[in-house]
Design a protein around this ligand. Structure first.
Ligand code: B12
Length: 217
């Protein structure tokens, strides 16, 4: 098995002790960082995401793989930056105002990062003003909002409206999710997409803003 396949396999097993070492080994063999990302880490996380969606893997296993991914990324990130690789796109995520649930949002963030996106996590209880401010400042390609309470879902609409009012709506795609959120709700509030789980969120992001290509910036 070649080294990149091994990286993918070990990531799927959640072997976070070995992953940084394997990534380091690949770098010392002069394998391009972009290839380590796409053929090793992203490839492995894609398998994990698919299995999670089909209920072949459960959340604790996904979280361990995501931890392995992040530890591998810690080694790879500086080299990716140095080599001027353009990541798949920048995505802002956050849980809407008055909502403190973040387990699902974090999982979505991890899988998006695993798919090669730069994820900026605004945390929980994020006001519409904060979303707008950060879209202005960070210029992401997409915003992802999470809500777990029926009482906080309407905040998503407020964020979309605030983006429209500030003239930023056409510059970003908006996706929404969280247990009570539905496709219909997403359409009703004027979002671009909805995904029922973290793996589908990656698919949706790929449809809306494209995927990692390994191209230079
Ligand atoms: C854990 C939990 C808590 C924890 C949260 C800890 C944390 N750090 O997140 C604590 C104890 C703090 C909590 C508090 C409360 N909770 Co609570 N909580 C839950 C619980 C049990 C699990 C939620 C969870 O983490 N699920 C696991 C994750 C992986 O799933 P997920 O969040 O749905 O995320 C997935 C998808 O939805 C999607 N997704 C999520 N976000 C996004 C974003 C995007 C962009 C996309 C594309 C996809 C996406 O992908 C994720 C991964 O696959 C649920 C019950 C349930 N089964 O859902 C109740 C639940 C959500 N809570 C509930 C309630 C009522 C409360 C409280 C009001 C309780 C109280 N009286 O104090 C408070 C509110 C606090 C607040 N202001 O937010 C209710 C909500 C009812 C409703 N429909 O409004 C639920 C449904 C329980 C119930 N049956 O009554 N809660």
């Amino acid at each position: 098995m070649d080294l990149l396949e091994k990286i993918s396999e070990e990531l799927q097993k959640g072997n976070y002790q070995e992953l940084p070492k394997l990534v380091q080994e690949a770098l010392s063999l002069k394998i391009p960082p972009s290839k380590i990302l796409s053929h090793g880490l992203v490839a492995g996380m894609d398998v994990v995401g698919g299995k999670f969606r089909r209920d072949e893997l459960f959340m604790p296993e996904v979280l361990v793989s995501a931890k392995a991914m992040q530890m591998g990324m810690d080694v790879l990130r500086p080299k990716l930056v140095e080599s001027g690789v353009k990541l798949a796109g920048k995505i802002l995520i956050g849980t809407v105002k008055d909502d403190l649930h973040d387990i699902g949002k974090n999982l979505v963030g991890m899988l998006l990062e695993g798919a090669g996106y730069q994820v900026i996590d605004l945390g929980i209880d994020v006001s519409p003003e904060k979303f707008v401010e950060e879209v202005k400042a960070k210029k992401p390609e997409m915003v992802g909002m999470s809500a777990l309470l029926t009482t906080t879902m309407p905040k998503m609409k407020e964020v979309v409206e605030s983006l429209v009012e500030s003239g930023l709506r056409s510059r970003v795609k908006v996706i929404v999710g969280g247990a009570p959120v539905t496709e219909k709700f997403a359409q009703d509030i004027g979002a671009d997409g909805y995904a029922p789980d973290a793996a589908s969120a990656v698919e949706k992001a790929r449809k809306l803003i494209g995927s990692y290509t390994g191209k230079q910036a």
